[in-house]
Design a protein around this ligand. Structure first.
Ligand SMILES: Cc1cc2nc3c(=O)[nH]c(=O)nc-3n(C[C@H](O)[C@H](O)[C@H](O)COP(=O)(O)OP(=O)(O)OC[C@H]3O[C@@H](n4cnc5c(N)ncnc54)[C@H](O)[C@@H]3O)c2cc1C
Length: 416
């Protein structure tokens, strides 16, 4: 298999275990029915994932999770993506990253009422960040939670919420302060969806891919949330969401790479069988070189993803922002390019439902703007890249006046 050469024996064993479970239990028919939006959030399957500790695999065992590393959780996501459904991968990543943040910052009440039932697959959560006026720009969040004694009163709208139809509760990013500093204005709270004032305004069942999630645009009108449902400290939401997003970016990208590997496998195998003008496609250099390029690209993306996951495992959260952004940007673009290559190799039949390539293409496309778009990842990378690339010996006063000498030091420090 592509991309697994650098795994430890234990990681490979876990990957094989996940693979065996998903081969046996994830019915391709279920994947197709989700894609047709006939099934939303398959609760039986999600419970089964919970029983196997595949929900919150990297959440500590003491908190009801699987006690795995972030690297192993990434491998699990890859296999879920490979076996069939971005939708199910997405359902899983919520429990993975919201679960982890609940385990780290939640009170006993939040753990008993939300975390543990969620990890058992008994309660479904949705994640509410995006608003009609605030997508990439999290600081623009306008949904307000105003404290009133021992409760908050929440008002606002959120859209594109996966699972909003079926969710029992929503991990909701709200504004608790009118200031300008994003690091102080946001809070995160668990909002029960059976509360008066929670309303679904529009469903997104017919969007391009990622179907079967019961996604929706919702409104909160004077929804009451007990103060005990606040995660951590009021005003610390930016920090919790930033940590959560590092996990989501790593896991969700891995799921897309799993899907891309599946598409590439189909295309490569097809190219060995299909003949045109009396010759196998594999014998045509354009097709075989596309396979070579895609295999290399996917391997590079997996290695970047491994690095990001391993940095998180080492506790390098603040330091890993650029590496996670690189893994996300390169990973989802690699997945998209690879699926496009796979479709080109297979030709017209790949545009039908005979092979899952067309569904994978629709599912993968969203990942280029979800969980932080490719452009937002570039913004994160360039900021840190400029800091790391700055040459302290560069003589900036000579820029534009190079006739007077080279700005680049010829005698580098340490050179004899
Ligand atoms: C399938 C799917 C599932 C989703 N699930 C959820 C969910 O469960 N919960 C949730 O909260 N949200 C969810 N979303 C929303 C998703 O996270 C947002 O679509 C994403 O954050 C981008 O926000 P936006 O769509 O408002 O685009 P905008 O922020 O309006 O951006 C539009 C375009 O401009 C670019 N752009 C924006 N700002 C800049 C900048 N400063 N510099 C350069 N380029 C910029 C973006 O990259 C993008 O290409 C989902 C979306 C989809 C499609």
């Amino acid at each position: 298999m592509i991309g697994h050469d650098t795994l430890s024996a234990g990681e490979r064993a876990y990957l094989d275990e996940c693979d065996a479970f998903l081969s046996a239990r994830l019915d391709p028919e279920l994947v197709e029915r989700m894609d047709r939006s006939e099934v939303q959030y398959p609760s039986d399957f999600i419970r089964e994932l919970g029983e196997q500790h595949y929900l919150g695999a990297a959440v500590p065992e003491a908190e009801g999770g699987g006690g795995r590393s972030f690297m192993e959780e990434a491998l699990l996501n890859e296999r879920v993506g490979y076996h069939g459904s971005a939708a199910i991968a997405c359902a899983r990543t919520f429990t993975a990253h919201i679960g982890w943040i609940l385990a780290k910052y939640g009170t006993d009440h939040l753990k008993e009422s939300y975390l543990r039932p969620m990890l058992r697959g008994e309660k479904i959560t949705a994640q509410a960040l995006t608003e009609p006026g605030a997508g990439s720009d999290m600081a623009g969040i306008q949904t307000r939670a105003v404290r009133d004694g021992d409760r908050y009163i929440v008002n606002g709208e959120k859209r594109f919420l996966d699972g909003a139809h079926t969710a029992d509760f929503i991990s909701c990013a709200v504004r608790t302060d009118d200031g300008d500093d994003p690091r102080q204005i946001l809070s995160v709270m668990m909002v029960d969806t059976d509360q008066t004032g929670y309303e679904i305004l529009q469903t997104h069942d017919d969007w391009l891919g990622f179907r079967g999630l019961g996604s929706a645009w919702v409104r909160f009108t004077d929804v009451e949330v007990p103060v005990t449902n606040l995660l951590g400290e009021e005003g610390n939401g930016w920090q919790y969401l930033s940590e959560q997003l590092l996990l989501e970016r790593t896991y969700a990208t891995r799921a897309q790479l799993g899907q891309a590997i599946r598409a590439l496998e189909i295309a490569a195998t097809y190219a060995e069988e299909r003949e045109t003008f009396g010759e196998k496609l594999k014998e045509r250099q354009w097709a075989s070189f596309k396979v070579a390029e895609a295999a290399t690209r996917i391997d590079a993306a997996l290695l970047l993803n491994n690095r990001a996951a391993r940095m998180l495992d080492e506790g390098l959260w603040a330091e890993s922002k650029m590496e996670v952004a690189m893994a996300k940007k390169f990973g989802v673009e690699a997945a998209w390019q690879t699926v496009d290559d796979a479709m080109q190799i297979v030709g017209g039949i790949a545009y039908t439902k005979a092979y899952p390539i067309e569904r994978i293409m629709r599912d993968v496309r969203a990942s280029r703007f979800t969980a932080g778009s490719t452009e937002m990842m570039a913004l994160i990378i360039q900021r840190r890249a400029f800091d790391r690339l700055r040459d302290p010996n560069f003589r900036k006063e000579l820029v534009g006046r190079e006739v007077e000498g080279s700005p680049v030091a010829r005698e580098l420090p340490g050179r004899v």
